[in-house]
Write a protein of this length. Structure first.
Length: 172
């Protein structure tokens, strides 16, 4: 699993990798192994859609490397991909976020979601009803029971905007 930037400095990154903030791409400036020559594009895909780069025997997520390369320091917390594309590491597409803010910007549904909407579920006892809930600071807040899933989604979207502002992604 790719790691945080423990011990990797901005200076070292800038010596071994160039980063284009307009494209989000990395290129090796010097070879660190026989497999990666200077001038070659750096980065491979992870199974969940992020890009990673191997440096000194460890793997690092490219969005974290982009942040330290561009801003000169480890962001510490979460970095959100604004457009939801985990491989789009343009600096304009990256922003600092809390865990909750990062989750509010999810761009796809969980595989076990049968309603078609994030935060909307069929009521277990009242099969013809739907309910909405939202996660806030690692706690679930129930938003109500509704006659149809569209009303439940509207309530969820309103709560998402209220609690997460610019991070709220209501497209799912």
């Amino acid at each position: 699993m790719p790691r945080r930037l423990n011990g990797i400095s901005a200076e070292f990154l800038r010596e071994v990798l160039s980063y284009d903030p307009e494209t989000g791409k990395f290129v090796w400036l010097r070879a660190l192994s026989w497999r990666r020559g200077a001038g070659a594009e750096a980065g491979t895909s992870t199974k969940n859609g992020y890009l990673k780069i191997g440096i000194k025997g460890s793997e690092f997520l490219c969005h974290r490397l982009a942040w330290i390369h561009h801003y000169g320091k480890d962001p510490g917390g979460f970095i959100d991909h604004i457009n939801g594309n985990k491989s789009d590491n343009r600096i304009a597409n990256l922003r600092l976020a809390s865990h909750s803010e990062n989750r509010a910007n999810v761009h796809k549904l969980r595989s076990d979601n049968t309603s078609g909407y994030r935060g909307v579920f069929r009521h277990a006892q009242m099969k013809d009803k739907w309910y909405a809930k939202i996660g806030i600071q690692q706690k679930q807040k129930y938003l109500g029971i509704f006659d149809n899933k569209e009303d439940a989604k509207a309530c969820y979207d309103k709560a998402l905007k209220k609690y997460f502002g610019e991070f709220a992604n209501t497209s799912v």
